[in-house]
Design a protein around this ligand. Structure first.
Ligand code: GLN
Length: 644
């Protein structure tokens, strides 16, 4: 199958994925096996791109440094290292060549690390020059335009010479090696060749010194500069070096931090504005990735947070950029829509699921009067279930929506299904949490890490602020249960005290029972008291009767202490014994407080039912209604959760 894609005037034919068949005999059973091995999608794209661009023989290798002119122009390698540390490479991605100007980006980041932004900015500008890389001109304030042109790069090397003296080059080599994740070396021939012919760069050096940009020995600075340009790298190295910038300064292969995050961002910024010499504007327009090229034929490009790309192909265009290198980057960016300004984040991905407590309740079963209170006042509580990665517009949407609920008593913000909060949204939430104490609503935060003070949680150090201003819970059910209790305490008619006995007549299961039947029942139940922590029902045991909870609270637990729900006085448990007499218990019931129950055995239930069939009929109908209520609850949950 052939499909074609067209970008920037080239038309490429993208062939179907190749499938490599691995076959052989299994060493254990001796059977013949066949295994299909698919080429990873990105690698397949790179293979195809390499094949299609290879035939473009335009451009010529740099010859102003004699040693560079003798390179084989057909060498062509591409590598991409993703920020999970995996490298896809094709062609001559392991052939070494000199890094040349690409070193400028990494040496600039070193200068920023060693001397700080202020000092570096005082010495070197950050504006595009609009001139060739080797232009002998400074800005009006006597600073070089930017660190990506020779004047800026030489000034940058001079800064490191001033800072590190004789060790300057060693330092540069060490740091570039850390970027690449392996020990790099210098190509002495290229170094000597450039040293012998680099008078234009010497002129720049003297111009800088004359302008008081530095006062070190020009020859010494130039020697370090020529050496840094002669460091040998491969396309694969460049991809890892780029990926280290993409990964905020941590080498994704060695996992070692090479530079700080701010330095990585500052370095990529000058790469965007000036990394491709006098082609930088068009590059940003068409490719839209921070990048740096070198006259050795290399280009490194970066997609922040995603990958670093290294290309090597010596023939250069008039501006000094690798012809094939530019094509690879342009194709890749256009085919996969990687331009850094082409983003797909939108507010829809952060629209929370919202409901109030008249629709959804906690798993706690409460007595009748409490249920009535919650039915009436549950709508005063709004729950926002947030999910995914919350970005700037998302956090603004969320906090705005909360502000619109200003007349609610409680707002629940559940972060349980949130994977990440971007730095921008952290600041939005900081402003939000900072001012909520002055509002009448109470904001409840549900997030495991906040509760546990986890420093690496969603909110980082903001945990304290949230804890000071909000009630926090580890899970949503607990939070809702707590709010329900607050509503009951505030609006409920009778203040439930765990010492009070809930009358049997108030049991939902017994609703509508004639007084005479109630009396019969009362005679047939046994009263049992349980101490806090005792197990009332053991999972898997035979279901021998039903428990009416008259006072106290119990928990329904399964497995290894997993909480399912809680029950209050006025509810009953073990009721399924009525419909499935041979059934075994489906959960453990544990007394959370001192508990008092009235127990009706199946035997007694059957005896009453024989004499009075209406009794069992009513109980079974009520049981049906109770189960129906629970089903309605679950359906409300499903509806609320699917209304995204
Ligand atoms: N060493 C080269 C020079 O200064 C680097 C230039 C480049 O790669 N553009 O001339």
């Amino acid at each position: 199958m052939l499909s074609s894609y067209r970008c920037a005037g080239f038309c490429f034919v993208f062939r179907r994925q190749s499938i490599v068949l691995n076959a052989g005999f299994n060493s254990k059973d001796g059977n013949f096996f066949m295994k299909e091995n698919q080429t990873p999608a990105l690698k397949e794209f790179l293979n195809q791109t390499h094949q299609d661009i290879f035939d473009d023989k335009s451009g010529t290798p740099a010859d102003y440094i004699p040693e560079l002119a003798i390179v084989n122009p057909d060498q062509f390698g591409i590598a991409i290292t993703t920020s999970d540390g995996f490298t896809n490479e094709v062609g001559d991605a392991s052939i070494e060549f000199t890094i040349q100007s690409i070193s400028k980006a990494f040496v600039y980041s070193l200068a920023l690390e060693l001397l700080g932004t202020d000092k570096v900015l005082k010495t070197i500008g950050i504006e595009p020059s609009g001139e060739a890389f080797n232009s002998i001109r400074l800005k009006d304030d006597n600073r070089p335009f930017n660190p990506m042109v020779n004047s800026g790069a030489i000034a940058c090397t001079a800064l490191i010479c001033q800072n590190n003296g004789q060790e300057a080059f060693e330092k540069i080599l060490t740091v570039l090696s850390e970027f690449a994740g392996r020990e790099l070396n210098v190509d002495d021939k290229v170094f000597s060749s450039e040293n012998a012919t680099g008078d234009r760069n010497r002129a720049i050096g003297w111009l800088l010194r004359n302008a008081d940009n530095f006062d070190s020995d020009v020859e010494e600075v130039l020697e370090v500069y020529f050496k840094q340009c002669s460091i040998l790298v491969t396309a694969k190295d460049l991809s890892i070096m780029g990926a280290t910038l993409a990964n905020n300064g941590i080498n994704p292969v060695t996992k070692k931090r090479v530079i700080g995050k701010t330095t990585a961002v500052q370095t990529m910024s000058v790469m965007v504005s000036s990394g491709m010499y006098d082609y930088s504007g068009e590059w940003t327009y068409k490719v839209g990735l921070p990048a740096k090229s070198g006259v050795g034929g290399g280009i490194t490009a970066v997609l922040p947070s995603q990958f670093g790309l290294g290309v090597f192909s010596p023939p250069l265009d008039k501006l000094g950029n690798s012809v094939r290198g530019i094509k690879v980057c342009q194709l890749l960016s256009e085919y996969f829509h990687l331009h850094v300004l082409e983003t797909e984040d939108d507010v829809n991905q952060n629209i929370p699921i919202t409901y109030d407590l008249s629709e959804i309740r906690s798993s706690r079963m409460r007595g009748q009067s409490d249920n009535e209170t919650l039915e009436e006042f549950g709508s005063r509580v709004s729950v926002f279930e947030l999910s995914g990665v919350i970005n700037f517009i998302g956090s603004n949407f969320i906090t705005r929506s909360v502000a619109e609920e200003e007349f609610q008593d409680f707002i629940v913000l559940s972060f349980i299904r949130v994977n990440r909060i971007t730095r921008a949204s952290i600041e939005v939430f900081r402003l939000f949490f900072d001012q909520i104490l002055s509002k009448s609503q109470r904001v409840i935060v549900v997030d495991k890490e906040v509760v546990k003070d986890h420093p690496k949680g969603l909110f980082g150090e903001m945990v304290d602020l949230i804890k000071q201003n909000c009630q926090c819970f580890e899970n949503l059910d607990q939070a809702i249960e707590w709010i329900e209790s607050q509503l009951i305490a505030e609006y409920g008619e009778c203040q439930n005290n765990s010492e009070d006995f809930s009358p049997l007549a108030d049991q939902l299961l017994l609703k509508g029972l004639l007084n005479s039947d109630l009396e019969t029942l009362q005679k047939n139940v046994t009263s049992i008291e349980y101490e806090t922590g005792s197990k009332i029902i053991q999972m898997n045991e035979k279901a021998d009767g039903i428990y009416f909870l008259r006072s106290g609270k119990v928990s329904v637990m399964v497995g290894d202490g997993i909480y399912v729900s809680g029950l209050d006085a006025g509810t009953c448990f073990g009721e399924l014994a009525l419909i499935a007499p041979d059934a075994t218990r489906t959960a453990n019931i544990i007394a959370d407080t001192k508990v008092f129950c009235s127990f009706l055995s199946i035997k007694a239930f059957n005896e009453i039912s024989i004499v009075n069939p209406g009794f069992s009929e009513l109980l079974l109908r009520n049981l049906g209604l109770i189960l129906f209520e629970r089903l309605k609850q679950s359906n409300s949950k499903i509806i609320a959760l699917s209304a995204m």
